[in-house]
Design a binder for this molecule. Structure first.
Ligand code: C2E
Ligand code: MG
Ligand code: MG
Ligand code: MG
Length: 290
């Protein structure tokens, strides 16, 4: 496999320009319009089962293009949270990701969709009911939808999020701890929350071949997750050596630029056809539909 890093230099330059060009007040103003006009979009990044090369899932990642450049989601989500717009933003992302996923899900029978939520969103909104309603609207079983939770803020009302997590599990949605190891209380979340999956943060994956400490941490996270019966996903895999190490450590699912960057739906469908051809994976009679 060749690392798949298209336009990365160009994108980096654009981001730098962005940070110079827009301050937070300007971004908040433009974001409000983008939310009102629903011009935010989602990209999808495939998740690969390492021992079969099958595409078994897609992570939906929010995208916002302003004056021809992409604003990083970490930045505009923080602004939406600050500006009290996060529940509207979340509603748009949930609707668009489920709608688009529903148009290609039938061609990849076993695949799942992962959606990101911050712990803050979880403590504030009626996300479970919205998800349930949208899953029904687009005819997707909740068991095929994974909610990835990132803890970017230290939550005081922890009980509320725990209650919401439990409601989501009772509705049969899957729950993932995103960026495991970097949050405020990853292990605490793991101990108390009804999680089904753990995602090892890219920071660990990218430095595991350069640091013996990181190597041991990754190995231990995989062992712990396996013993806790959790699905493990390695994020940010950029080279084949890392794939080999992860397989040897018992990690079965990965995503990263070595396979594919996040893509708009049309690009994803082309990528899927190519991927299945290259790896000689038959989709039986179910062609990827355009
Ligand atoms: P995340 O959920 O941990 O998503 C993974 C991030 O790593 C994505 O960045 C993805 O593009 C990037 N990535 C994937 N593979 C590689 C790789 O091999 N190398 C490198 N260098 N990067 C890789 P992105 O799309 O910029 O998103 C950043 C973060 O923003 C996400 O981290 C997530 O926490 C947040 N985010 C994105 N979309 C949403 C959303 O709809 N809602 C919420 N609440 N947060 C979101
Ligand atoms: Mg994520
Ligand atoms: Mg992550
Ligand atoms: Mg991350």
């Amino acid at each position: 496999l060749e690392p798949f890093v298209e336009n990365s230099d160009e994108e980096k330059t654009k981001e730098v320009i962005n940070q110079v060009e827009f301050d937070n007040t300007e971004l908040m103003f433009h974001l409000k319009i983008a939310i009102e006009t629903s011009t935010l979009d989602v990209f999808f990044q495939p998740q690969i089962e390492l021992n079969t090369n099958r595409v078994i899932g897609f992570e939906a990642l929010a995208r916002w293009e302003l004056n021809g450049s992409f604003i990083p989601p970490t930045r505009f989500i923080a602004i939406a949270e600050k500006g009290g717009m996060i529940s509207q933003l979340t509603a748009i992302i949930i609707d668009k990701s489920l709608q688009q996923f529903s148009t290609f899900v039938s061609s990849i029978k076993q695949s799942c969709l992962s959606i990101n939520l911050s712990a803050l969103e979880l403590s504030q909104s009626d996300v479970p009911d919205l998800l349930k309603q949208k899953a029904a609207e687009y005819n997707i079983a909740p068991s095929r939808i994974t909610i990835e939770i990132t803890e970017t803020v230290l939550l005081e009302k922890n009980t509320l999020s725990l209650e919401i997590l439990t409601r989501l599990r009772l509705m049969d949605f899957k729950l993932s701890i995103d960026d495991f190891g970097t949050g405020y209380s990853s292990v605490n979340m793991l101990q108390n929350g009804p999680f089904t999956e753990l995602k090892i943060d890219r920071a660990f994956i990218s430095s595991m071949h350069h640091s013996i400490q990181t190597w041991v941490i990754v190995e231990s996270i995989i062992e712990m997750a396996t013993r806790l019966n959790l699905r493990i996903v390695a994020e940010g895999v950029e080279d084949n050596a890392t794939i080999d190490s992860l397989i040897r450590m018992g990690c079965t699912i990965a995503q990263g630029y070595v396979f594919a960057k996040p893509m708009a739906k049309s690009e994803l469908l082309t990528w899927l056809n190519d991927w299945h051809k290259i790896h000689n994976i038959s989709l039986k009679n179910d062609k990827v539909s355009f």
